[in-house]
Ligand binder design. Sequence first.
Ligand code: CA
Length: 531
Amino acid sequence: MNLIIKIIIGLSIIGLYLKTDLKTTNNSKKKKKPNIIFILSDDHTTNAISAYGGLYKDIAPTPNIDKIAEEGAILKNTFATNSICGPSRASILTGNYNHINGYFKNYKGGEFDNSQWTFPQELQKEGYNTALVGKWHLASEPVGFDYYKYHVSRGQQGFYWDPVYNDNGTEKKELGYATNLTTDFALEWLNNRSDNDEPFCLLLQFKAPHREWSPDKKYEELWENVELPYPITFNDDYATRELTAGNTEMTMDYFCREDMKLIPPDSLNKNETRKWLSYGFKRNEIVKLDENVSSYENKKLRFQKYIKDYLATIKSVDDNIGKVLDYLNEKNLDKNTIVIYASDQGFFIGEHGWFDKRFMYEESIRMPFIIKYPGKIKPNTINEDIITNIDFAPTILDIAGINIPVSVQGNSFLNNLTENKNENWRQSMYYHYYEYPFYHHVQPHYGIRNKRYKLIHFYYDIDVWELYDLQEDPNELKNLFYSDDHQNIVKKLKTELYNLKKEYGNELSLADMRRISETDFGGLESNKSKK
Ligand code: CA
């Protein structure tokens, strides 16, 4: 008996020792883990961030976003795998393509299946204190967050002014400008965190600069008497791309009265007002800002209104990022906090005469991605590897020292930044866009982009291929697919494209792909669910 008791006590002591030891290890491990602030804006093109250069870098600089790049790395070739809000967000969270995570479209796209794996859940499981503040736009409840507060109005797009948030399950209208409010709530959460020993991961997600581009009052007249410059492809005639680029609803003709900030007559009721404001959506509904000038002058006037409002909303985004950086400095959190700035995709700001995104063309698929990781990523690092939105989740896990599940299709690019090289990195990316014909009438398409070339197949109710030589034609004005001189390149790229489709497990037939475009999956913007 005595012996048995002794053994039991002995084992208990060993057990206790082991347990304590394990806990100590965990604690010390936790302390070493960096905090992560992942800032995601909506529709912010690299062409409107001064660190990336572009036409407006001196007119509308973004000093605070640039500061992150100066202290860390700027990624020049980061691409969305499906250039539209919800689907890109689903890929960011899951590290997987949309044919795996099931979220193909915004309009009639259904709800994001929140039972699947996402990186915030993994961080939370591994002891991170997690929060989401701002735009979510995935229809289903956010999972994996200790705290969330996200936009609910207008199909979760949110309002720029006096937005309604879902605050951990309770809907609440807040007074003020969304970009400022979202930042304030995020900083408030950081301030009130009860267990300050845990590392944190904050997803700070701005609604701006999404349509309808409403600036903060103080920035409404920033460039009032200035004519901002036009991109060189502003008057694109869509030659060699008539059925694709030439047949969209993304030109300056498709701004509605609300976009142009026209004031509805007082006499209208609520429904009439909504209808009045949305005039401009359809073909042959043209909003003229000046009846006395030509239609081309009107096109330019619409662009001026648009670009000024767009850049002004970004000014608030940049101000608020400055607020976050200052906060980290004040609280001595800056050395152990990684700050990432990205957007869910790019955006056209007048290139090809367009606004919006969707197309596999450069301005649309290129995402800003800027990261600072003090002590690990050298200041002023520039990276040009082909990175995509499915790589974000594994990279964030890698930063946190957490194993990446094999089901994640993306790869960590942390070494690409810390070593500034990664010999085994992919040389090309696969893209797939499904939503059609609403909104904006962009033919569903898939394609491949490598460092030099881009090959695209538009397949829904046309059968058109496009090939671009990005070195010779960076603005993608000349479709070379049907040129005799390029048939070898076409052949090579097609093989590579089919290999990528196979590798990522998307070998759907044309009929199946079309069915995805046609299916009403319900969700935020669906005829079935429209309230
Ligand atoms: Ca977006």
